[in-house]
Design a protein around this ligand. Structure first.
Ligand SMILES: [Fe+2]
Length: 218
């Protein structure tokens, strides 16, 4: 590996982006007159919201706190976005509720369309937000801290996760990642939690395509 490549956060943005885009495609195709279809949208929206909230919490508590400690202010704009997330989500939920409340078929279709365009705009705004995290926050963290110090953030998370939880997390994330990402996750876990790493390896290995195995240091 090149030694000028710095330690990275936000690899899970690939998964977050997938989930939000997948929902956008579902909403685009939904017939809002059919309650089962509306229910499916509501369920996936709820799951996406959980993921988004977890992401914002992790960034504020685990990453921005490192910038605060060094008196860097670049996180303020991003943290403001996180603060607005609840209001944005509530607004989208209200639009979705409108579909439920509508009685006439034409009303349901129109309310569904209003939810669709608002949700799609949110996905666009969120893509810019993710980009800012990776192009503003990440370089600032890399400027202020060594790779060893940055690795500590994930090490704390891996210390409290059970092997089962680690497997669940990696199985979900790995579907959306390349060999380099997988290598980064596995070598982090190997370095700080060797016993857990040894326990999860047989299962995780079966999830990695054979062509990628030579690229991953197991
Ligand atoms: Fe964020």
């Amino acid at each position: 590996m090149h030694n000028f490549v710095r330690y990275k956060f936000y690899r899970e943005h690939k998964y977050l982006s997938f989930v939000l885009n997948d929902l956008e495609r579902l909403v685009a195709k939904t017939n809002f007159q059919i309650s089962e279809e509306l229910e499916k949208v509501a369920d996936q929206f709820k799951a996406a919201v959980e993921l988004l909230k977890g992401h914002a919490e992790y960034a504020d508590n685990c990453l921005h706190v490192l910038l605060k400690q060094k008196d860097s202010k670049v996180y303020e704009h991003i943290e403001k976005d996180h603060g607005l997330l609840d209001a944005t989500i509530n607004n989208l939920q209200l639009l979705l509720d409108q579909v439920n409340f509508a009685v006439a078929a034409t009303e349901k279709i129109e309310a569904g369309y209003q939810f669709y365009i608002s949700y799609r705009k949110f996905v666009g705004d969120n893509l810019i937000h993710l980009h800012e995290e990776e192009t503003i926050i990440l370089p600032e963290l890399q400027r202020l801290y060594s790779d060893e110090e940055l690795k500590e953030v994930e090490a704390k998370a891996y210390a409290v996760m059970s092997p089962h939880e680690l497997i669940d997390m990696l199985q979900v994330l790995f579907l959306h990642m390349n060999a380099d990402d997988k290598n980064a996750f596995l070598s982090d876990i190997k370095e700080c939690q060797f016993e857990k790493y040894a326990a999860i390896l047989p299962k995780i290995k079966t999830q990695i395509p054979e062509r990628e195995l030579p690229l991953i240091t197991l």
